[in-house]
Design a protein around this ligand. Structure first.
Ligand SMILES: [Zn+2]
Length: 254
């Protein structure tokens, strides 16, 4: 079993550059400082699983030349993780069937509220996204991958984390419950929220992420969900070699 995780987006909820802010030319000149909203594509030996649907989902998929999706996982229903879900429509049209979407029951209700038309009837020939909403089990098998899901705390709400082989992805987290920690042993690569430099009530911030990354002890940790506090190259100069910043388009072997 093998595959690739593609970081489709590595930015915080605003994206980087953030609207309305003027940035130094040197900052903008580095493509790694251009961050779309957080999402990862798991490319398995037999198919692709999309984790979250950022507002830029269509642009991310075109950029990475991704032509197929077998299933979608939604970690939580904050706008930056679901607002691209309308574009699932293209794949429903391609396969002429609903796309399996795994998340918690409470987030399924949110999705029905945000995209009511996806669950309504229309005359033949009108195409809307069709989502086959499913409760996320502990193990999800798609694309020839076995994906272990778990839940972490994101402020007051849960956020889904996942592990495939020795790769784990934890976006939007303020606390990892003690019973999840054993699932993160023996990792080659961990992708972990590190939203900004100063503390945040709903996210790990830089210092906290460094501490947790050290505790988990993956061979390599990439920080994600990054705001414009991070100038990619300048920040990496200050980091230990086993900690790097994720960037849009980063590919990680599974
Ligand atoms: Zn969030």
């Amino acid at each position: 079993m093998s595959g690739t995780a593609i970081i489709l987006g590595s930015g915080t909820s605003n994206g980087v550059p953030t609207l309305g802010i003027e940035y130094p030319e040197e900052f903008l000149a580095n493509p790694k400082n251009h961050r779309t909203r957080c999402s990862v594509l798991l490319q398995g030996p037999e198919g692709n699983v999309l984790v979250d649907c950022a507002p830029e989902m269509r642009i991310q998929m075109v950029r990475e030349n991704i032509l197929d999706i077998e299933a979608v996982l939604i970690t939580h229903t904050h706008a930056d993780h679901v607002m691209g879900m309308d574009d699932i429509r293209a794949f429903c049209l391609k396969y002429e069937k609903p796309i399996p979407v795994y998340t918690s029951p409470q987030y399924q209700e949110d999705i029905k509220r945000i995209f009511p038309y996806a669950f309504q009837q229309f005359p033949k020939g009108i195409w809307v996204p069709r989502m086959d909403l499913r409760d996320a089990p502990e193990w999800i098998e798609h694309g020839g991958m076995k994906i272990r899901t778990f839940w972490v705390e994101h402020g007051q709400i849960p956020c889904m984390g996942l592990r495939v082989n020795n790769f784990a992805y934890i976006t939007d987290v303020s606390h990892i419950p003690a019973d999840v920690m054993p699932l993160l042993e023996g990792l080659d690569v961990l992708v972990l929220d590190a939203v900004r430099l100063r503390p945040h009530p709903n996210h790990f911030h830089f210092e906290k992420s460094l501490e947790v990354a050290q505790e988990i002890g993956a061979k390599m940790t990439y920080f994600t969900h990054l705001c414009d506090d991070y100038d990619h190259d300048k920040t990496e100069l200050t980091l230990p070699p086993q900690i790097r910043l994720a960037f849009d388009g980063l590919r990680i072997p599974l």
